[in-house]
Each structure stands twice: as structure tokens, then as C-alpha cells.
Design a protein around this ligand. Structure first.
Ligand code: 5GP
Length: 178
């Protein structure tokens, strides 16, 4: 199916299942080479990363633990309104090699926030792996160690990424038709 409809929007096929799987395998290969011999703490950022993490880790052959964190927004008392916080980190990551696993880096704001939060736990190093990266949209200076694909600044769904909660189950990635 090349074109799909989700709620009020039309999307067209952008990245096939085969291309995604090949990209994930290549990322895993590089990670295997560079992280071999280290004990690695993998942290997936929910919700969008779940398919990526599940495919990636099956191709990793170094010692690693895997956990997931979620970024929760709640209404703050300050005038800025929304306040974000990271929830779900119960493990001790002090002096460990941490790899953040993201589905997509867009403006980079989320990743920047997560990195700053995690630095407070004093890991030995923090690396970042993202399946998709929108260089034209990125406003933050966030170093990305493993990038699957660079994509244009258009809205995409599928393979974990949603449009208003729908589309996460799609095996391919679709881009919005304006
Ligand atoms: P940021 O702009 O902070 O880098 O990205 C914030 C979050 O927005 C991402 O983690 C992802 O959940 C969501 N996001 C950014 N771009 C897209 C997109 O093209 N499609 C979907 N479904 N979500 C996106």
C-alpha cells in the first residue's frame, strides 16, 4: 500500500520495511565494532522508539542492559506552563557507558533535555543513536553518534512514530502529503 490515510491526513510510502531493516542492521554493525568490550546501558525513549529498539538489540552482540524512559509533561506552577521530566530511571548509571536510543531527532530539544538530565547521574559517557534525523529542523548542538537516515523536515509516521496516537504499528515509514 503506497498511500494511506490516518485520521484527516494522507501519507505516502517513504521508507520501505527492507530499507529500515537494512539501516538498523548497519547501525548495529557500527555499534558492535565501537562498543565491543564495554558494558553498555541502552536507554530507549518512549513511546516512538519501541520498534527500533526491538529490531536493533537483536543485532547487538556486546554486553548491554536495556531500559526505557518516558518524557512526561505536567502543568508547572511557573508562567511557562508545561514542565517536562524524565520518568522511569531506577538503575544506577554512574560511571557507565550510556547509549540513548531515539526514533527521531527533529528540533533536538527533547534530546538536549534528556542528555542534560542524564548527565546529572554522572555516567562515564553518553552516546546517541537515532534512526531518523532531520538536519534542517535541528536547532540544538546535540552530537549524534549513530544516525540511521537523514530525512527532510516533513512529518513522518510508522515504525513506532504516530500521528495523534495512530500509525505506530505500520512496518514502513510514511511521509505526509501536503
Ligand atoms: P524534537 O523536536 O524535540 O527533536 O522531537 C520531539 C519529538 O517529536 C520526537 O521525539 C518525536 O516523538 C516527535 N517528532 C518529531 N518529528 C516527528 C515526525 O516527523 N513524526 C512523528 N510522528 N513524530 C515526530
Amino acid at each position: 500500500m503506497d498511500n494511506i490515510r490516518i485520521l484527516d491526513k494522507e501519507f505516502k510510502l517513504f521508507i520501505t520495511e527492507e530499507q529500515i531493516q537494512e539501516t538498523v542492521r548497519e547501525m548495529a554493525l557500527r555499534m558492535n565494532q565501537e562498543l565491543k568490550g564495554k558494558k553498555v546501558f541502552l536507554i530507549g525513549i518512549l513511546n516512538g522508539c519501541f520498534m527500533f529498539v526491538s529490531d536493533l538489540v537483536r543485532n547487538l552482540d556486546f554486553d548491554c542492559t536495556i531500559t526505557f524512559l518516558k518524557l512526561a509533561s505536567y502543568q508547572g506552577t511557573s508562567s511557562t506552563g508545561k514542565v517536562k521530566r524524565l520518568i522511569g530511571l531506577n538503575e544506577d548509571i554512574k560511571d557507565q557507558t550510556v547509549v540513548i536510543l531515539e526514533d527521531i531527532v527533529d528540533t533536538g530539544t527533547t534530546l538536549d533535555f534528556i542528555q542534560k538530565q542524564l548527565k546529572g547521574y554522572e555516567p562515564a559517557e553518553i552516546k546517541v543513536a537515532t534512526l531518523l534525523y532531520k538536519p534542517e529542523a535541528c536547532r540544538q548542538d546535540v552530537p549524534l553518534d549513530y544516525v540511521g537516515m537523514e530525512i527532510p523536515d516533513d512529518f513522518v509516521v510508522g515504525y513506532g512514530l504516530d500521528y495523534n496516537g495512530f500509525g505506530r504499528n505500520l512496518r514502513q515509514i510514511y511521509t505526509v502529503i501536503e
